[in-house]
Write a protein that binds this ligand. Structure first.
Ligand code: ADP
Ligand code: ADP
Ligand code: MG
Length: 497
């Protein structure tokens, strides 16, 4: 048994900071928030037991300022630090610095993080552990000639991937050698700019694939479990938009087989705490490991809804040296959960960021609805941080119940002042291929979902306009008949009739 945690500093903001605060409340643990100038009025600051200002709005000077955060944690007497996702969560220097300062880092060890953060090193370990990986280069490809040789052998199309990439960035497609030669320099420059290192590797570009990942938890006693799969194939530019569990194409036998491989993958890097093993599945049903995300995943509530487990509470238990309190065979999946990532981006204008004040919002609720968000009427969405403003989840006894609940919840979800991805999700929930579970990472292009969304919005605008004309006509008729001129709007006019 390790040290019992009595206070946690949360090195993050937004919905994930609130998520961790809630777990702390339930566990009777003191929650300590940090915030930048931009977040003075943010909810995570209000909800935490204590909150400390750590610097200006720019992430580099606040939420990425490791020294300042650890210093704040020490001054506040925190036993542990929870990094959330994004920001410092996958920086292997962070657990090390926590350790040096006598604080528990709620996540993997620096060593495991270092290994999983380098996709190439990780892939090599996986190959050795007989975990199937995507064909491609066996290591970093230092020059374009080597890249061309490997691509020739693997067969086009191929992807050039940054070894340290994340969040769907640092991935470029090459359909032929000419394109590969064009993209190579740009891909390394991009990787250098975004991740500090230009290291690239080559991977065969798999087509019509699904992204299916397994939630993992592993304790300091060597026990590892998987908490089943999440299907995250609805993506835009390699970034997840919708996640669900179970996957429509994973049966119990496959779940057990790939789940066992995922647990083996975690053991191969001596993983600790919660993580995710990501796989691609081709149309023939083959699975290929792509990476381990060494943190709590954005979409972890999907798993919470189908397993009934609280992943943050499990993280705390494991971080204080406890053994995972269940065996693999104790776990059962119950029903189906879907998550839509509500981003402050305009789906009608190429996902342009949309930030600013939100004068009003209506958060949906009701049976089987969960919303993780930092929004409140009168809040402001900042342009400095991640565009995710809410995660809307629904649970149902089966996919269709969850889907219909999602469709209704999306109708109830109102966010004024900014544009969000909600209209896109409404279209998807009604789209016949989505309903059939016919998913792939190119789902949006393959089924022309944006065209559909545009048509629907045009129709809606026309309907609204003709309703407004009808209301105006009715109103003028009423005025002519001598009804009080003040009664504006058709609803009121109908009452008066
Ligand atoms: P998940 O599967 O948890 O959604 P993502 O890859 O989408 O994983 O990343 C989770 C969050 O972390 C996102 O908000 C994303 O913007 C952020 N993120 C991921 N990788 C990086 C990175 N290398 N640098 C900065 N932010 C990142
Ligand atoms: P990140 O670290 O940015 O999350 P991943 O390696 O996990 O990068 O890949 C993100 C997404 O990119 C996948 O979900 C998938 O849609 C696509 N992708 C990655 N590798 C391949 C591949 N070899 N073939 C086809 N698509 C891929
Ligand atoms: Mg990934």
């Amino acid at each position: 048994m390790g040290k019992k945690i009595t206070s946690i500093l949360i090195a993050n903001r937004g919905e994930i900071a609130l998520r961790v605060i809630r777990a702390c409340r339930e566990l009777g643990i003191k929650s300590i928030a940090v915030y930048s100038d931009e977040d003075v009025r943010a909810v995570h600051v209000k909800r935490a037991d204590e909150a400390y200002h750590i610097g200006p709005a720019a992430p580099a000077q606040s939420y990425l300022n490791m020294a300042k955060i650890v210093e704040t944690a020490k001054a506040a007497g925190a036993d542990a630090i929870h990094p959330g996702y994004g920001f410092l969560s996958e920086n292997e220097n962070f657990p090390e610095l926590c350790d040096k300062n006598g604080m528990i880092f709620i996540g993997p060890t620096a060593k495991a993080m270092d290994l999983t953060g380098d996709k190439m090193k990780c892939k090599a370990v996986m190959k050795k552990a007989k975990v199937p990986t995507v064909p491609g280069s066996d290591g970093i490809v230092s020059d374009v000639e080597k890249a061309a040789d490997i691509a020739h052998e693997a067969g086009y199309p191929v992807l050039l991937k940054s070894a340290f990439g994340g969040g769907g960035r640092g991935i470029r497609l090459a359909n032929d050698e000419k394109q590969l030669r064009q993209e190579f320099e740009m891909a390394s420059a991009e990787s250098k700019a975004a991740f500090g290192k230009s290291a690239l590797f080559v991977e065969k570009y798999l087509q019509r694939i699904r992204h299916i990942e397994f939630q993992l938890i592993r304790d300091s006693h060597g026990n590892g479990r998987h908490l089943f799969e999440r299907e995250c194939s609805v993506q835009r530019r390699h970034q997840k938009l919708i996640e669900m569990s179970p996957s429509p194409v994973v049966d119990q036998k496959t779940r057990e087989r790939i789940g066992e491989i995922a647990v083996r993958a975690a053991a191969a890097v001596d993983y600790l705490n919660a993580g995710t093993a990501e796989f691609l599945r081709d149309p023939e049903g083959n699975f290929y490991f792509i990476e381990i995300n060494s943190r709590l995943q954005v979409e972890h509530p999907v798993t919470e809804l189908v397993t009934g487990l609280d992943l943050v509470k499990l993280q705390v238990a494991v971080a204080q040296g406890e053994e995972i309190p269940f065996k693999q065979e104790d776990l059962k999946m119950n029903g189906c959960a879907i998550e839509c990532r509500v981003n402050a981006e305009d789906p009608f204008y190429d996902f342009a960021p949309s930030v600013g004040p939100v004068p009003y919002c209506n958060i949906p609720y009701g049976p089987g609805v969960r919303v993780d968000t930092y929004l409140y009427p009168g809040c402001t969405v900042s342009g400095f941080y991640d565009s995710l403003v809410a995660k809307l989840l629904t649970w149902g006894r089966n996919f269709d119940e969850a889907r219909v609940r999602m469709r209704n919840a999306l109708d109830e979800f109102v966010i004024e002042g900014i544009n969000t991805t909600i209209p896109l999700y409404k279209t998807i929930m009604d789209e016949k291929n989505f309903i059939k579970g016919e998913l792939s990472t190119d789902y949006l292009e393959r089924f022309k979902v944006f065209d559909r969304m545009n048509e629907e919005s045009k129709k809606e605008a026309e309907e609204k306009a003709s309703a407004a004309v009808a209301a105006a006509l009715l109103h003028s008729e009423l005025v002519k008949k001598g009804a009080p001129a003040k009664s504006s709007g058709w609803k009121q006019a109908r009452v008066n009739l």
